[in-house]
Unconditional design. Structure first.
Length: 153
């Protein structure tokens, strides 16, 4: 799973910025802007955590649940709650989404320069290191893009 795929998914997210106020309560209690903002916060916070992590503290404790979802290639809907640091604000501004998008695109370019054991602690999956980061970010971003597509149907 490459960073090219992640960049492509970010382009798809960016293409939805115009629809950021659109919602469909049958699909999600959150509007499209929430899903875009959340996805970008995850990308940016994960990469920031990788950059700040101490690779010597990495533990290979990736959970069974993480292995299942990574193998299946998707996350089920409505099962997880976004941790507060990646929750969008009450009022989502288009310019905030655009600036987070620019930051995400810049941040992604830094991943290849990081130590192979740079990591972030996922609340369910345990320590996720560089090897698994592209797959995690692709699965997570794709999960929210599918929700966005369903909101627009």
């Amino acid at each position: 799973m490459s960073l090219n795929k992640l960049n492509s998914l970010l382009d798809n997210l960016e293409a939805q910025v115009e629809n950021y106020q659109t919602s469909n309560l049958k699909i999600s209690k959150s509007n499209i802007g929430w899903h875009i903002d959340h996805s970008l916060k995850v990308v940016n916070n994960v990469i920031s955590a990788l950059q700040e992590s101490n690779p010597e503290l990495y533990k290979n404790n990736f959970s069974f649940l993480g292995k299942v979802f990574f193998t299946l290639g998707f996350f089920p809907r409505g099962k997880a709650k976004a941790p507060k640091q990646v929750k969008p604000p009450e009022i989502i501004l288009k310019e905030d989404i655009i600036s987070q998008m620019q930051l995400a695109k810049t941040n992604i370019k830094t991943i290849t320069d990081l130590d192979k054991n740079a990591f972030f602690k996922h609340p369910l999956f345990g320590d996720v290191n560089i090897k698994r980061i592209p797959r995690f970010l692709v699965l997570h971003t794709n999960h929210h893009l599918k929700i966005i597509e369903d909101i627009l149907k």
